[in-house]
Design a protein around this ligand. Structure first.
Ligand code: ATP
Ligand code: MG
Length: 252
């Protein structure tokens, strides 16, 4: 059971012209068992929110708080955040040449649990996770993300999600670049994850397509570094029909 609470979060990045404010006071609570979707125009700060919560060093927190079950996430290292139960699937997953998928996953699992998973069950679990996501078993021996197609990277992220089984998953455009079958397979993976009790999901997306497979409890419109509006699943449909115009105008 985990509750992720983001309060008045303000974040800036360093640019050549000095610090640039990107998040301008984000407040959002994901209660245990809830799935929230964030939609919003390009450049509105959605990935910045995801990275800031996960602890990416590029972003400077200038105000506000983020807690997981009441614990201050922002004072934790990236590893500590993972051990506390946080998982981030990135919009642009990084390549890790020379590190095989199997080793990478086993190392991550060991770091999380404080002990190495039993080899026999672990190999079985990895093969099942890859199979469930329609990834060839040979993926286990390939370098992480190296030469993976866009869709393979995204499916690999969901295999990670299932194997590491965090408390709260932040999925940044996990649906981008997926073909119709892969979208289904990935959605099923996310749904298996959230079918467990108390799991929280923050799903960043541009498309309502994935929200037809993964029904969110709440939808938020993100504009200019802030939550501009919140609603139920119907808000996603409305955005698809009308675009972001009314929120952009309201912000001026
Ligand atoms: N190092 C940087 N220097 C200058 N601007 C930056 C830097 N890093 C991020 N930004 C800016 O921060 C803003 C928010 O970026 P972010 O990636 O969070 O947007 P997003 O909502 O995820 O967009 P998308 O839908 O395209 O993924 C953008 O305008 C981006 O150019
Ligand atoms: Mg983004």
């Amino acid at each position: 059971m985990s509750e992720l609470e983001i309060k008045d979060l303000q974040v800036s990045v360093d640019t050549e012209d000095g610090p640039k404010e990107i998040l301008k006071g984000v407040t959002l609570t994901i209660k245990a068992g809830e799935t929230h979707a964030i939609m919003g125009p390009n450049g509105s700060g959605k990935s910045t929110l995801a990275y800031s919560i996960a602890g990416h060093p590029k972003y400077t927190i200038t105000g506000g708080t983020v807690t997981l079950d009441g614990e201050d996430l922002l004072s934790m290292t990236v590893d500590e955040r993972a051990r506390a139960g946080l998982f981030l699937a990135m919009q642009y997953p990084v390549e890790v040449p020379g590190v095989s998928v199997s080793n990478f996953l086993r190392t991550a699992k060991t770091a999380l649990d404080g002990e190495a998973p039993k080899l026999r069950t672990w190999v079985k679990d990895v093969n099942k996770a890859l199979e469930d996501l329609n990834l060839d078993p040979t993926f286990g021996t390939r370098s992480v993300n190296e030469g993976f197609s866009g869709g393979e990277k995204k499916r690999h992220e969901i295999a990670q999600l299932e194997l590491l089984n965090p408390q709260v998953a932040i999925l940044d455009e996990t649906d981008s670049g997926l073909d119709i079958d892969a979208l289904k397979v990935v959605s099923e993976g996310v749904n298996r994850f959230r079918a467990q009790q108390g799991k929280g999901v923050l799903l960043i997306t541009h498309y309502t397509r994935i929200l037809r497979y993964i029904t969110p409890d709440h939808v938020h419109v993100f504009v200019d570094g802030k939550v501009a509006a919140s609603g139920g699943p119907e808000l996603a449909e409305q955005l698809e029909a009308e675009g972001y115009d009314r929120y952009l105008k309201a912000g001026v």
